[in-house]
Design a protein around this ligand. Structure first.
Ligand code: ADP
Length: 388
């Protein structure tokens, strides 16, 4: 079957009427068409105040594209048009408001209001974010092993890949060619890996597909992945956040009803500065930081068992003390962690007796205790963070 083209998608969408007559293509409302194999994604620009009532339009556009021969999946998001005078394109002080059709209504300014009152997800008791100030520090590896360790500790666990720019959960959990089943309308059933429920944008697009999504699309897609998925009853949902601390991350941190956040950092000073930005970001949206995990902390020689502190280890522990946030644990730099990650058999599941699995289980215990403590204290004030 030849590849689906953007023109075919546009042609098909000409049958969809706009909010006030005309078709959505001629009205210039369709943008950001991404075709990836048999999957199609695009956005429809609508007035922000009408977003909630335009769900039928979104659904009709999605259905029209799904009807194209060769299309296996379509994801359509509504994005809000920018009001005139809101600033230069790309340099607007205020990002276009995501016109997601799902509750809760997105906020206009990512940094403005705290997340109190955000609608939770029915059936999910606590949502925690795993974040890092920059990429490549082992955030996803930590998120996956943490989720499995929480499960090993007896909890009902899910993991959501919100790393929309580089989804890696399908690979890390050996679900690369799996597709979530559609159960009713547009609700997807989460996949299962080692007893943990899993959802990732990577099930809809290839990991290698460069994603050039605008902020509002990201938020809308995230909302869809959280709220239109049958997770079942979960004690905890671990969210693997995209790396960094830009506006997109901030908005996400604000959108997701988080019980707390975990920051992953390597011991290098540079990474710690980034980690501090991560802390500051959660502080801005009033999400308690459950603690810092130091990843690639030290090297344990597999032959002689000798421990080498490759990057002056201990930085994260000291930093956590200075900042007044809990230190959750040190994960060694180890080939087995990398190999098992790459093979889709994370160490906590594939070698639960290993010392590494034990480290992750201890981190999991501290995370869960932290959530319970915060709840019994009615939420503790976030630490004061200063970025020098
Ligand atoms: P991020 O999500 O921060 O970009 P990943 O979890 O994808 O980082 O990890 C980056 C690379 O480092 C991967 O190849 C992963 O297997 C490897 N890695 C992560 N943590 C460790 C560790 N503790 N020891 C060895 N390799 C690790």
């Amino acid at each position: 079957m030849p590849d689906i083209t953007r023109d075919q998608v546009l042609e098909q969408l000409k049958a969809v009427r706009g909010p006030e007559g005309g078709d959505i293509v001629s009205l210039g409302l369709v943008s950001d068409i991404v075709v990836s194999g048999a999957k199609v994604m695009f956005s429809i620009t609508v007035p922000a105040e009408k977003a909630a009532s335009l769900e039928p339009l979104r659904a009709a556009a999605e259905a029209a594209v799904r009807d194209l021969p060769g299309v296996e999946g379509a994801m359509v998001v509504l994005t809000a048009e920018k009001k005139g005078g809101a600033g230069a394109p790309g340099g607007a002080t205020q990002p276009p408001r995501p016109a997601g059709t799902q509750a809760p209504p997105p906020r206009q300014q990512p940094a403005a209001a705290p997340p109190r009152g955000k609608a939770g997800i029915p059936g999910i008791d606590a949502i925690v974010a795993v974040a890092s100030g920059k990429g490549g520090v082992g955030k996803s590896t930590t998120a996956v092993n943490l989720a499995l360790a929480l499960k090993a500790n007896g909890l009902r666990v899910g993991i959501l890949d919100a790393d929309i720019y580089g989804p890696s959960l399908p690979r890390l959990l050996d679900l690369k060619d799996k597709k979530p089943e559609i159960i009713s309308g547009r609700t997807l059933r989460a996949l299962d890996a080692y007893g943990v429920k899993v959802m990732s944008i990577g099930f809809l697009v290839e990991e290698e597909t460069p994603m050039i999504w605008r902020g509002p699309m990201v938020i809308s897609a995230l909302n869809q992945m959280m709220r239109e998925v049958e997770w079942g009853d979960l004690d905890i949902l671990v969210v693997d956040m995209p790396p960094g601390t830009g506006d997109a991350q901030l908005t996400m941190a604000q959108q997701v009803p988080l019980a707390g956040a975990i920051i992953v950092s390597t011991p290098q000073d540079l990474a710690l500065i980034d980690a501090r930005r991560g802390l500051a970001m959660f502080q801005r949206v009033d999400v308690p930081v459950l603690g810092i995990v130091e990843n690639m902390s030290y090297f344990l020689c597999p032959h002689c068992g000798e421990r080498t502190d490759i990057f002056s280890h201990g930085g994260a522990r000291k930093e956590a003390e200075t900042l007044g946030v809990p230190f959750l644990g040190e994960v060694p730099l180890d080939l087995r962690i990398r190999e098992t990650s790459d093979a889709g058999t994370p160490i906590v599941a594939s070698d639960p007796e290993s010392p590494y699995a034990k480290v992750y289980r201890e981190v999991a215990t501290k995370v869960w205790d932290g959530i319970q403590r915060d709840r019994s204290e009615g939420g503790r004030p976030p630490p004061k963070i200063v970025i020098e």
